[in-house]
Unconditional design. Structure first.
Length: 545
């Protein structure tokens, strides 16, 4: 580091050797000489922050700045002399920057060309002399014509300044080294001493050479902004598609807020969410479900500095965001994909709550494999047990005859064929056993909508000795983890041809309590007349992977 105090002494010595202040006759005093270069003039502006490659400086249009203007960037240095203990200051030119956006008090600037060192906050910004207003040239005053007799001029004493080649050479060297780095100065001083070993300045220059080279050998630790930021953050892992995700971060007291930026992987734009305070040093926000989808989610977090210091990326950045994996297994509302499923449900439905003579119990289990959207979409196989009592309204309500027992144990294989992504056909042949032998049946549906999203089923069922059903079913899949089903039936089950037609209304809701494990509950109301009706209920469970 430069030793300004010693250099000042050398400069004074050279100045004294060149100019002897002995004037014999006083004349009009000339303008005072410029201040010695040992003192650093205040900068016109300072680098306040560096944001995405732009330098923020406090030089605005109020100070005469304009867009496209070139200004100089200087690095101030302040060190302690290891021998004398004096604190020395100086600054070195790093290069040139150009103002790109100029506001009344602040400007954005970009590096012009190559800098000697990377820019940092606290660097000085000086306006180039070519951009300063130039003083108007002095207009010589016209000669004054006077009729008074001319007075004899007073003789003036000529000042004779003795020439000192040694001092003049050192002064020229100082001028040539203006703005140079310590290594260049040390080499130049060394050449001067070798060329003039008997110079009275040699001793001081040798000490300066040692100090400059000591600075290069042992770099002085300098303050380069605040210490590293302290953060506490657990990376996001295994996000569920379409499910909002809570994210929290701990920041040190220098931050007064936080912002999380999130986007689907592959998208160009981020969605910015302000994080709310969760206590001292803790901040949190909820990522929306529509930003969490396959193939993944990208995010980064910025901390908001106090005292108007702007925001700083503390977890990831816009150019290098963090990657949060999203589960690939389809769940309710997910995009179509391969899916295996096991399902079982059971229900009780009473058509006559006044007497237990018209009801059914039905339990059914199934295993299926979903393959694709178009073509053979899914194959399922299952079994069922149906038990109940029934008869005609005349036999049960008028003649008060005993109800007929109904029973069937059956199995089936079901195939769904996708005509398109949102259209499909379902066919289910049924083979069953009853008390008097083997019977059969079938079930068929037309599906409108994708089976993994909200869709509508319209179809019917023929079940030997049990009866017929016409079915309309809406499967609603807009609420994550909450599947909802609404269904209506027109049927003569369980008595079949010996019973009268009735209607059923069924509402079922589910909840995915664990990953891919859903429990369903249903309620129903059915009847054949207003006086021959009753409620029903059921439970179901399913698991998919």
């Amino acid at each position: 580091m430069l030793r300004r105090r010693r250099l000042s002494l050398v400069a004074v010595a050279v100045a004294c050797a060149i100019v002897a202040p002995c004037v014999a006759h006083a004349q009009t005093a000339p303008p005072p000489p410029r201040a010695a270069r040992g003192a650093i003039a205040p900068p016109e502006a300072t680098v306040l922050a560096i944001d995405s490659g732009d330098l923020v400086v406090d030089l605005g249009s109020a100070k005469g700045a304009h867009e496209g203007q070139l200004v100089e960037l200087w690095r101030p240095l302040r060190v302690r002399h290891p021998v004398t203990g004096q604190t020395l200051t100086d600054r070195f030119k790093l290069g040139t920057i150009r103002l790109t956006q100029v506001q009344p008090t602040l400007s954005l600037a970009k590096v012009e060309g190559t800098l000697l060192r990377p820019p940092q906050t606290g660097d000085h910004v000086l306006v180039l002399d070519t951009d300063r207003p130039q003083p108007l040239a002095a207009v010589p005053a016209p000669p004054v014509t006077s009729t008074a007799p001319a007075q004899p001029s007073t003789p003036q004493t000529k000042v004779v300044v003795p020439t000192d080649p040694d001092a003049q050479a050192l002064a020229d060297l100082f001028s040539a080294l203006e703005g140079s780095d310590p290594s260049t100065r040390a080499n130049a001083y060394s050449g001067f001493v070798k060329a003039r070993p008997g110079s009275r300045f040699a001793k001081v220059l040798k000490e300066e050479i040692a100090a400059l080279r000591s600075h290069d050998a042992t770099p002085v630790k300098r303050e380069e902004g605040p210490p590293p930021f302290e953060t506490g953050f657990d990376p996001l892992t295994r996000l569920r598609p379409g499910t909002p995700q809570r994210v929290s971060i701990e920041l040190d007291p220098r931050f007064v807020g936080a912002i999380v930026h999130v986007r689907r992987k592959g998208e160009a734009q981020y969605r910015s969410l302000r994080m709310e305070s969760e206590g001292a040093r803790y901040w949190g926000a909820t990522l929306p479900g529509d930003s969490i989808s396959e193939p993944g989610t990208e995010y980064f977090v910025e901390g908001v500095m106090s005292n108007g210091g702007g925001s700083i990326a503390v977890v990831g950045s816009a150019d290098s965001p963090k990657d949060a994996p999203v589960e690939a297994h389809p769940v309710t509302g997910k995009e179509p994909g391969t899916l295996a499923q096991i399902k079982m449900w059971s229900e009780y439905a009473s058509f006559n709550s006044k007497a237990a003579n018209d009801y059914l119990w039905q339990t059914e289990g199934a295993f299926g494999w979903r393959l694709q959207d178009i073509g053979i979409r899914a194959v399922r196989s299952g079994f069922g047990v149906l038990r109940g009592k029934g008869g005609s309204l005349d036999d049960l309500d008028v003649k008060k005859l005993p109800a007929r027992d109904v029973g069937l144990t059956y199995g089936y294989v079901e195939t769904e064929f996708g005509l398109g992504k949102n259209y499909g056909l379902i066919a289910r042949p049924i083979l069953g056993l009853r008390d008097k032998g083997v019977t059969g049946g079938a079930q068929g549906f037309v599906r409108v909508g994708n089976d993994l999203k909200t869709n509508l089923l319209v179809g019917g069922e023929v079940l030997g000795t049990v009866g017929l059903r016409g079915i309309v079913e809406l499967d609603w899949r807009t609420i994550p983890r909450v599947p909802i089903m609404a269904r209506t039936e027109v049927t003569n089950q369980p008595a079949g041809t010996g019973g009268d037609i009735g209607a059923r209304a069924i509402l079922q809701g589910g909840y995915e309590i664990f990953e891919d494990l859903t429990i369903d509950a249903r309620v129903s109301y059915q009847g054949r007349t207003i006086n021959h009706a009753g409620p029903g209920a059921g439970l179901g469970v399913s698991y998919q992977w």
